[in-house]
Design a binder for this molecule. Structure first.
Ligand code: GDP
Ligand code: IMO
Ligand code: MG
Length: 427
């Protein structure tokens, strides 16, 4: 079973970092295939807590080679500071490999992200402000700067010139900002070249060779299915493809090579930033989920919006990703409710709808149809086997599995590596 994709089944922050880290010891390569440092993955190893943004969570497992694929957007300053932060804590980062085709986030991309959000005003997306959207826009517009460009000063200068020609007009005339000097950007970028050179290689060739040799490769998604630019709640999405297909384009492997697709699914729902969220809570239950679940963004420090579990979304994630398994996280957070509402369908303008509506207006009008499931009060954080869970917690998991369309193969009962109930092996 050599190639697995692990991705978010909701709006991000499902616990992908913990799940990847858990598998890290058994896999040869962990590959990020999209997104950038908009991601915030918290990994708890013993009494140590790590917040990773750009690096694959496998970097914490000795023996595992972390790879940044071509589909990722890389802010070199963030990358180098994340690497040195880990080195200072005794983590060996020397095995890291970076695709020369990955695009670079430059200071003008972060500037553009912030000014466009400000310009949108009330209609803003609520981005992380890390330059993600503008960098992917330049990639698609064919005026992006790639990691490999750092090693050819003349090409780098030409490309930065081409990108800034147009952007400076927009910055000055539309946003009333000062133009950005080409020389300054080039000089800053060249300053990263030596530090990055040793990590850069043809990661596509490397990963396909690894798969030919039956090595185990884990593709780790950032963000989540509903933040996908094609399959998410557009326009309130990120600018990449966190869904399973993104692993193929973002790492350069064919779909026939993928053996298993694991959807990380929180036992309730959270969202950061703007956009529709049918099961969102504005009462003390929402506040309780936020407090007990520690639902505050790792990247931006923003409070996460919280709501009940939404089975319509889980079913949708199964469909668009071809999920083979779910990893249900944060079940422990639900301890202490007498009964727990679960959204099984939507009411839209008087109709019952069982599948995620493809029409944006319909989704904005969706009202959750709830089924009440009995809660439990016992502390479940020490549970090691499914049978250790109280009967009602078992029934909650079984009900979610039935509604969501793929087996729940693991359950998280705490943030630590070992606070996991493994039902079916992933490998
Ligand atoms: P990611 O972006 O998908 O990696 O998720 P985040 O790291 O942003 O958010 C998930 C948070 O939940 C982190 O603080 C994790 O340490 C924590 N976490 C993950 N799994 C569990 C779990 O099963 N129970 C509890 N209580 N916390 C968990
Ligand atoms: P992880 O990997 C949750 C959200 C932002 C915003 C939208 C677009 O930790 O799950 P962007 O900066 O990407 O252009 O912002 O996407 N967003 C996330 N929400 N978890 C994330 O990553 C996210 N990355 C981006 O809040 O609504
Ligand atoms: Mg996160």
């Amino acid at each position: 079973m050599p190639a697995l994709v692990l991705l978010g089944a909701q709006w991000g922050d499902e616990g992908k970092g913990k799940a990847t880290d858990l598998l890290g010891g058994s896999v040869d390569y962990v590959v990020r295939y999209q997104g950038g440092n908009n991601a915030g993955h918290t990994v708890v190893v013993g009494d140590q807590k790590y917040a990773l943004h750009l690096l694959p969570s496998g970097i914490l497992s000795p023996g595992c080679v972390p790879v940044i694929g071509n589909g990722v957007v890389v802010d070199p300053a963030v990358l180098l500071s994340e690497l040195s932060g880990l080195e200072e804590r005794g983590v060996d980062t020397s095995k890291l490999l970076i695709s020369g085709n990955a695009h670079l986030i430059t200071p003008y991309h972060t500037t553009m992200d912030k000014v466009t959000e400000r310009f949108l005003g009330k209609r803003k997306i609520g981005t992380t402000g890390r330059g993600i959207g503008p960098t992917y826009a330049d990639k698609i517009n064919r005026v992006g700067i790639r990691v490999q460009d750092l090693f050819d000063e003349s090409i780098l200068t030409q490309k930065v010139e081409a990108a800034l020609d147009q952007k400076n007009q927009v910055l000055a005339k539309l946003y009333n900002r000062r133009a950005i000097a080409v020389d300054q950007v080039v000089e800053e970028l060249l300053g990263y070249a030596d530090a990055l050179r040793g990590y850069v290689c043809d990661t596509t060739l490397l990963l396909n060779d690894a798969l030919d040799q039956d090595k185990v490769v884990l593709f780790e998604g950032g963000q989540g299915t509903l933040l996908d630019v094609d399959h998410g709640t557009y326009p309130f999405v990120t600018s990449s493809n966190p869904t399973a297909g993104g692993a193929c384009t973002g790492a350069g492997v064919g779909p026939t090579r993928i053996d298993r697709v694991i959807g990380i699914l929180k036992a309730y729902t959270t969202r950061v930033g703007a956009g529709p969220f049918p099961t969102e809570l504005f009462d003390e239950d929402g506040e309780k989920l936020r407090t007990i679940g520690g639902e505050r963004g790792v990247t931006t420090g923003r409070d996460r919006r919280c709501g009940w579990f939404d089975a319509v979304i889980a079913r949708y994630a199964t469909r668009v990703n071809g999920l083979t398994d779910f990893f249900l996280t944060k079940l422990d957070v639900l301890t202490g409710w007498e009964s727990i509402p679960v959204c099984v369908a939507y009411g839209i303008d008087g109709r019952r709808v069982d599948e995620l509506p493809y029409n944006q207006t319909d989704f904005h009008h969706a009202e959750p149809v709830y089924e009440m499931l009995p809660g439990w009060s016992e502390d479940i954080s020490g549970a090691k086997e499914f049978s250790d869970l109280p009967k009602n917690a078992q029934a909650y998991v079984k009900a979610l599995e039935e509604m969501s369309g793929a087996p729940i193969s693991a359950i998280g009962v705490g943030p630590g590596r070992d606070e996991t109930i493994q039902i079916n092996s992933f490998l």
